[in-house]
Ligand binder design. Structure first.
Ligand SMILES: [Zn+2]
Length: 309
């Protein structure tokens, strides 16, 4: 059984061809800024680089934001241009991909499925995935099954309200985790501070370009005070949000992945674990916080796994 998995991100579209559980090819294209039709065309391009759509059992897509897995609609993805309101992504892709079966799910749900079946979360009963990248995504696998919820919004930890957070989130609401722990929000804050006269290597290194995860990594290594403060805030807020989630659903494993977390590595994940431990209702709980182990391809691999159900 072969399937193509696509991880549709805000900056890139990552695809894999999976045959009998093995990744046999991968491809990557940039996410166009234009809007829905351009994104659909770019996904189709990425699929085309991996094989003929009709030669596989289906194409799975992990999309950011809230997804209605039953219809394949992206309900709301604030970090993807043109996807601020409902987009029938499965239907649109089906039209351009010769009617092949399309399965769409939340991107972090897909990545957590991959980590649960093949990676760091194997054997865990109640898993929360926290993906710290452009935004902060999340996914829940409980008793081996993805918990989607009636509106498809389960696990969206980036939009949990965290005490003490006063900034506005990309979704428009106040006080959400993502407003301090997402890379894009941290960039906005770094530039705001720079504009008020604070010196920071973050703006020096990034210039007018996007403040990539590697920029945060370099600035932190150089001892930049603004970078350190932004990261301290992010870690504290992640600790509070994950501890709250653990109090609600009782978790045995939290997997931390995403572009920023991957770049900052095990030390960052260790700090998040410490912050979680400090806020747990059951401090002696066996909850562990571990780094994702499948790297950049986790989302695409999970999307391919979703095709087989
Ligand atoms: Zn939000």
């Amino acid at each position: 059984m072969a399937a193509i998995g696509i991880d549709l991100g805000g900056t890139k579209i990552q695809g894999v061809l999976v045959d009998h559980g093995d990744v046999v090819a991968d491809a990557k294209v940039a996410t166009p800024p234009g809007g829905v039709d351009d994104v659909v065309a770019a996904v189709a391009d990425c699929v085309g680089r991996l094989g003929r759509p009709t030669s596989v059992d289906g194409v799975g897509v992990g999309a950011p934001g809230v997804v209605d897995a039953a219809t394949g609609d992206v309900v709301r993805a604030p970090n993807l241009p043109g996807f601020e309101a409902r987009v029938p992504l499965a239907a649109k892709l089906g039209e351009v991909l010769d009617g092949v079966r399309i399965v769409v799910d939340n991107d972090v749900n897909a990545a957590v499925v991959a980590e649960h079946r093949l990676g760091a979360a194997r054997g865990a009963v109640a898993v929360l995935g926290v993906w710290v990248g452009t935004g902060v995504g999340g996914g829940l696998v409980l008793d081996g099954r993805v918990r989607r919820g009636p509106a498809g919004g389960a696990g969206e930890i980036g939009h949990m309200v965290v005490a003490g957070v006063t900034r506005r989130c990309g979704c428009g609401q106040l006080g959400h985790l993502e407003a301090v722990a997402g890379r894009a929000a941290m960039e906005v804050e770094a530039r705001r501070r720079h504009d008020t006269g604070e010196h920071t290597a973050l703006v020096e290194l990034a210039g007018a370009k996007r403040m990539k995860s590697s920029v945060f990594d370099k600035a932190l290594s150089a001892g930049d005070a603004v970078a350190r403060e932004l990261l301290d805030e992010a870690v504290a807020a992640l600790g509070a949000a994950v501890a709250s989630a653990a109090a609600l659903v009782d978790l045995d494993l939290v997997v931390v992945g995403g572009g920023l977390a991957d770049k900052l590595g095990h030390q960052f994940v260790g700090r998040v674990e410490q912050a979680v431990r400090g806020r747990l209702f059951l401090p002696a709980s066996a909850l562990r916080v571990v780094p994702a182990s499948l790297g950049d391809l986790a989302g695409a691999m999970g999307a391919a796994l979703l095709v087989s159900g």
